[in-house]
Write a protein that binds this ligand. Structure first.
Ligand SMILES: [Zn+2]
Length: 61
């Protein structure tokens, strides 16, 4: 479970997926590019390894 903090309404939102768009359920602000936090420990979560996997599949020219 992931958590992101909305800086528009200052409310946390939660999701089980790191993929796709992430809109604040309260105000609808786009949180897709905001950092992920662990919903339990509130530690910042790095998902860079998953993005690297995608890069290897589609290497930039
Ligand atoms: Zn919001």
């Amino acid at each position: 479970m992931y958590r992101k903090n909305c800086d528009h309404c200052n409310r946390p939102s939660f999701s089980s997926s790191e993929m796709g768009e992430w809109l604040c359920p309260v105000c609808g602000h786009d949180l897709t590019n905001y950092p992920f936090f662990n919903a339990v420990s509130l530690e910042k979560v790095s998902i860079s390894s998953r993005w690297k996997k995608n890069l290897y599949k589609n290497p930039p020219e």
